[in-house]
Design a protein around this ligand. Structure first.
Ligand code: LMR
Length: 330
């Protein structure tokens, strides 16, 4: 038997024992692993899900939340899930490239004008189709969770694309994001989220891109003197599980769990909308980082510098998919 088959057999065994345990009265345990702080949109969504499940399915299902990369980093969580070591995760949409190229769409720079457009695309037919884009490898998308639009943090003021030339930026594990920084003649470095603060502090990198809430909760604003308010890209998540685990859930439990996920997601998305404003203000009020607001002409220069990246990935993503996302901006 190949190693892959042995691992698969072990995962099935873990699942069968877990679900059989449930039949004899032991609760089904759902481990939810993520990398951000608890006081973030995803952290709050995960905790809300845990609490709702306790309230509505107490005794039958227990959700254990592991924040701050405590259990797994994002580069490990998917393989751990396929092995049955964790049942729920919500990596950023940028981190699924190993499993599907289709989700690369979400990394295209300047694709969505605001979160209303993101919502329209994700809840439309194409966005819903993408939830099934990893079914062939045993992974099921259960929904999207918002974090928000990304800004550019740096040790130097960035007003126009030429300011980024030659600088090193930490990125998530995404070839689209690498191409985006290469288009600026900057140097992208794929690094885990848990390392970003130290990389900035030690000047191993010059900058990074992230949302207001991730920068604030990781204290990046204390070690990076400038943030350009570029809103140039999206950082959202796909809530994922395995097909095997989800389809093996008892019929009387699954609908209620789905409802808990839906309600927790609505809650998390509200937190995300609040934090886009609130955490920006906290960073501004800290006085540690200068926020650079771009004029329309300056912003247009970033659009022109980054947008050629779209063409490079159109073949893998599909033009129909990109057209649907663009149409969501109307
Ligand atoms: C990052 O690596 O910057 C983000 O994916 C972290 C997160 O989960 O928001």
């Amino acid at each position: 038997m190949s190693v892959k088959k042995v691992l698969h057999a072990m995962a099935v065994m873990v699942l069968v024992l877990g679900l059989a345990g449930a039949a004899f009265g032991a609760p089904i345990v759902i481990k939810f692993s993520h990398v951000v702080a608890e006081d973030t949109p995803k952290g709050q969504m995960a905790n809300k899900f845990r609490d709702l499940v306790k309230e509505r399915l107490g005794g039958k299902v227990v959700v254990e939340v592991y924040p701050n990369s405590q259990l797994f980093d994002d580069d490990k969580v998917m393989s751990a899930m396929l092995l049955g070591d964790v049942q729920l995760g919500a990596p950023a949409l940028s981190k699924f490239e190993k499993y599907t190229k289709k989700l690369q769409i979400f990394d295209l720079p300047f694709l969505f004008k605001d979160m209303t457009a993101v919502d329209a695309f994700q809840s439309g037919p194409k966005g819903q189709e993408l939830l099934n884009s990893m079914k062939g490898v045993g992974i099921l998308g259960l929904g999207y969770i918002h974090n928000g639009l990304k800004q550019l943090g740096s040790s130097k003021p960035l007003r126009v694309p030429a300011d980024a030339k030659g600088l090193k930026f930490r990125i998530m594990t995404s070839d689209v994001l690498a191409a985006q920084f290469e288009a600026l003649q900057a140097v992208p470095l794929k690094k885990p989220f848990s390392e970003v603060f130290t990389l900035l502090q030690t000047r191993a990198i010059d900058g990074q891109e992230n949302t207001w809430s991730n920068m604030y909760t990781q204290k990046m604003h204390e070690v990076q003197p400038y943030i350009t308010e570029s809103n140039h890209g999206l950082l959202d998540y796909m809530l994922v599980t395995t097909v095997e685990f989800w389809e093996g859930l008892p019929k009387d439990i699954k609908p209620e769990l789905e409802k808990c996920l839906k309600d927790a997601t609505a809650y998390g998305n509200k937190v995300s909308a609040d934090k886009e404003v609130g955490d920006r203000k906290l960073i501004k009020d800290s006085g540690r980082t200068q926020i650079i607001e771009l004029t329309p002409a300056e912003r247009q220069q970033w659009v022109e510098a980054m947008k050629p990246v779209w063409k490079k990935f159109e073949g893998e993503i599909g033009k129909d998919m990109i057209d649907a996302a663009v149409a969501a901006n109307k």
